[in-house]
Design a binder for this molecule. Structure first.
Ligand SMILES: *[C@@H]1O[C@H](CO)[C@@H](O)[C@H](O)[C@H]1NC(C)=O
Ligand SMILES: [Zn+2]
Length: 329
C-alpha cells in the first residue's frame, strides 16, 4: 500500500517535471493571419505610459491616423509600458489611465503585443502578465517571451531586462520584481536556448526580434553589452531581418556591420528630448531623432517598408528592404 502510494507520487513528480521541462523548451505561440492581399502592417511604440503627459496623447493621436491609413493588424509595445515603476497590481488604475483611455482611436482597437521593460520590473511585473488586465481591456497581451507567427512573418518577443547584470548586482535605489525569473544565469541560458531553437526552425519570410533593450543605440543608454555578447550572435546566425526595441527615448535606425540586420529603436512614446547622445558620427547610424514618435511596419512577400513619425505625423525616416521570391518558398 505504502509502496503503491510512493510510486504514484513518484509518477506525479516525474510527469510534473516533464511538464516544466516541456514548458521551458517552447515559447508560447500566437497565430496571425495576414490580410487578403497577403500583406501585414503594424505600429511599434515604446516607453509610453504616463497618463497622457509628455506628448503621450499626441503620439497616440497620430498613431490612430497612421493606423487607419495602413489598416494595421496589430500594435507592438517594446516595453516600459507604465511609468515610473510599472503597475502596483492588476487593479492599478494606471492601466486604464495610461493605456485604455489614451489609445482610443478606432484603428488602435487591435491586439497589442507587449514585452516588459526595466521600469515594468520595478513594480509588480506579474500584474502586467495577468489575465485580469485582458478582461479590463481585451487588446492587452503582455508576456515575458513569446512568438507571434504567420507564414509571412514570425516575431520573436524576448524578455531582455533579466540580461542586464547591473539590475542584479547594482540595482541602486530600485527594486526589481524577479519573481518568476529565479537566478539570472539559468533563466538566460534557457531563454537563449528556446529563442535559438525557434529562430532556427522558422520558415517565415520575415524574421523580427523584439526586445526592450537596444542591441545598438547612440541614445542615453547606448549599446547593451549583454545583448551584443549573448543575443546578437544568435540573430546573426539565423537570418534575422530586424531587431526592434525601446529603452532609449528616441527613434533610430542603425545597420549591423556584420550582417543584414537593421536595428530599429522605437522608444519615444512619451518623455523624450534627453539631449544626450554618444558616437553620433558612427558609420552604421542611418537615423536618430531625440523627440517623441513611433514607427510603422508594412510587410509583403517581397517588401518591407518601415517609417518613423513625429508627434505631428511627419515621416522623419523611411527604410525599405526587398527579398526575391525564391523557388524554395
Ligand atoms: C512635445 O512635442 C513638441 C514637438 O516635437 C516639442 O516641441 C515639445 O517639447 C514636446 N513636449 C514635451 C513635454 O516633450
Ligand atoms: Zn527601459
Amino acid at each position: 500500500m505504502a509502496d503503491n502510494t510512493m510510486s504514484f507520487l513518484f509518477t506525479i513528480i516525474i510527469s510534473f517535471g516533464f511538464c516544466v521541462l516541456y514548458a521551458s523548451a517552447e515559447l508560447q505561440r500566437f497565430a496571425l493571419s495576414s490580410k487578403h492581399d497577403g500583406s501585414l502592417s503594424f505600429l511599434v511604440l515604446g516607453d509610453w505610459g504616463r497618463r497622457g503627459a509628455y506628448n503621450q496623447s499626441q503620439v497616440a493621436f497620430q498613431m490612430g491616423k497612421v493606423g487607419e491609413k495602413l489598416d494595421i493588424d496589430f500594435v507592438v509595445s517594446t516595453g516600459d509600458n507604465f511609468y515610473d515603476n510599472g503597475l502596483t497590481s492588476d487593479h492599478d488604475n494606471a492601466f486604464e489611465e495610461s493605456f485604455t483611455k489614451i489609445y482610443t482611436a478606432k484603428s488602435l482597437q487591435k491586439q497589442w503585443y507587449s514585452v516588459l521593460g526595466n521600469h515594468d520590473y520595478r513594480g509588480d511585473a506579474e500584474a502586467q502578465l495577468s489575465p485580469v488586465l485582458r478582461e479590463i481591456d481585451s487588446r492587452w497581451l503582455c508576456l515575458r517571451s513569446f512568438i507571434v507567427d504567420s507564414e509571412l512573418v514570425e516575431i520573436f518577443f524576448v524578455d531582455t531586462t533579466p540580461f542586464v547584470h547591473d539590475y542584479f548586482i547594482q540595482p541602486q535605489e530600485h527594486k526589481y520584481d524577479w519573481r518568476g525569473i529565479g537566478s539570472q544565469k539559468p533563466y538566460i541560458t534557457n531563454l537563449l536556448k528556446d529563442v535559438e531553437l525557434a529562430l532556427r526552425e522558422s520558415t517565415a519570410r520575415w524574421k523580427i526580434v523584439v526586445g526592450h533593450h537596444a542591441i545598438r543605440s547612440v541614445g542615453h543608454h547606448g549599446d547593451t553589452q549583454e545583448l551584443i555578447n549573448q543575443l546578437l550572435p544568435i540573430l546573426q546566425a539565423n537570418n534575422i531581418d530586424f531587431y526592434m526595441n525601446g529603452h532609449d527615448h528616441c527613434l533610430e535606425h542603425i545597420s549591423d556591420t556584420e550582417s543584414p540586420i537593421q536595428f530599429l529603436t522605437s522608444g519615444a512614446g512619451s518623455k523624450a528630448w534627453r539631449g544626450d547622445t554618444k558616437q553620433m558620427n558612427r558609420r552604421d547610424l542611418n537615423f536618430f531623432y531625440d523627440g517623441q514618435g513611433f514607427m510603422s511596419v508594412k510587410l509583403t512577400q517581397t517588401d518591407a517598408s518601415i517609417e518613423f513619425y513625429d508627434v505631428f505625423g511627419n515621416v522623419l525616416h523611411r527604410l525599405t528592404s526587398s527579398k526575391q521570391l525564391h523557388s524554395s518558398m
